[in-house]
Design a protein around this ligand. Structure first.
Ligand code: PMP
Length: 358
């Protein structure tokens, strides 16, 4: 036991668990909402040539004009909005938390939802208020508006669609929350937008406290770590002060610059995954004892009689999924299944059928 360490590290950090990432070596990886398709070889080769020309001895541009211009144009960012880039949207969540972490400030989110909202909030010394979803995982706007009244949060997260439940919240309910949260920054998190094909992006600017956050991770570029946030310029200017200098590295910038010219490839892969999701939902629904929840994302939440047993059986058959049962009481016996290639999905389904028979 290192006495110094235990004396000086924050007690809440000492008590924390690290964000565990399972070892997927040799497994069919359906645990982390990645796009399972690699880049076509010719495109990868062209990208390789582009990356070979990147100067590694220089720091990255803090506001890379080409990437920002292309993101604006291709992702429908309104002309009056500004864009902040992050090392994944994880970093943007952290930046927002730090920028708003005045003593006593509160971050509020529906729960269950993305765990980093709470982790980043607490690390930044914000209090976190989680407002339970309804039993069908829809947004409880009454409860959220009441909680906003009570806690006066500085920060409200609305994932659209939600992780790990996969559903899209109702637009009218979101609009109610937006109007109730006038004293807060509202972050609509559209990490899964390529699979939902619905967005609040065009409404940035209509509410002076609304920002929309996205990532290229689920679209097929999880490895480069690039998130972006679009919002009113005065908000982006304040958040930009908290951003670590040079947070988006040169290889990520060059890859994003290149891939934003080839979005058709990633969009086609997303379309394939949307079709595969529908097929997967139907196939899962036909397995007795599996309850399938509606999904607008590239993963499907299911409830099974015994999630630990199903998880272990799948693992034994070489398929890694995410057991989210322990995350929240409403997720008891739930597994989150990322949509993979047709072949991966077939193997997962076979393993699931076997798990439920045994
Ligand atoms: N938001 C949501 C809702 C997510 O599910 C995730 C990834 N699991 C993220 C943000 C973070 O994405 P990234 O850091 O890869 O951009």
């Amino acid at each position: 036991m290192n006495a110094t360490l235990h004396t000086i590290v924050r007690p809440d950090v000492l008590a924390m668990q690290r964000y565990a990432v399972a070892d997927a070596t040799g497994l069919i990886k359906l645990d982390a909402m990645e796009n399972p398709f690699p880049l076509p070889a010719a495109l990868a080769a062209e990208l390789g040539e582009r990356l070979a020309g990147v100067a590694l001895n220089r720091y990255p541009a803090p506001r890379p004009a080409a990437v920002l211009d292309k993101l604006r144009a291709r992702m429908g960012v309104p002309a009056h909005a500004d864009v902040l880039l992050g090392n994944g949207s994880d970093e943007l969540i952290s930046i927002v938390s730090v920028a708003l972490s005045k003593p006593g400030a509160v971050a509020l989110a529906p729960v269950p939802s993305f765990v980093m909202y709470e982790i980043s909030a607490r690390l930044a010394h914000l209090d976190f208020v989680g407002v339970p979803l309804r039993d069908d995982f829809s947004l409880d706007a009454d409860a959220i508006c009441a909680a906003i009244d009570t806690h006066r949060p500085a920060l409200v997260y609305l994932p659209y669609p939600n992780n790990p439940t996969g559903n899209l919240f109702d637009d009218a309910q979101i609009e109610r929350v937006l109007r109730a949260a006038r004293g807060a920054l509202v972050v609509i998190d559209e990490a899964y937008q390529p699979f939902a094909q619905r967005s609040w992006m065009s409404r940035v600017g209509e509410f002076d406290n609304l920002v929309v956050m996205r990532t290229v991770s689920k679209l097929g570029l999880a490895g480069i770590r690039l998130g972006y946030l679009a919002g009113p310029p005065d908000w982006v200017a304040e958040l930009d002060k908290v951003r670590p200098p040079y947070n988006v590295n040169v290889l990520t910038q060059a890859t994003a610059d290149f891939m934003l010219d080839h979005l058709d490839v990633l969009d086609a892969q997303a379309a394939t995954l949307r079709d595969a999701r529908e097929a997967l939902v139907d196939a899962l629904a036909s397995i007795p004892d599996v309850r399938v929840f509606p999904s607008a994302a590239n993963f499907v939440l299911v409830r099974v009689p015994d999630a630990s047993h199903a998880f272990e059986t799948l693992l034994g058959r070489g398929v890694l999924v995410k057991n989210v049962s322990k995350m929240h009481a409403q997720l008891s016996n739930c597994l989150r299944l990322t949509v993979g290639t047709p072949d991966e999905n077939a193997q997962m389904l076979a393993a699931m059928a076997a798990a439920l028979k045994a």
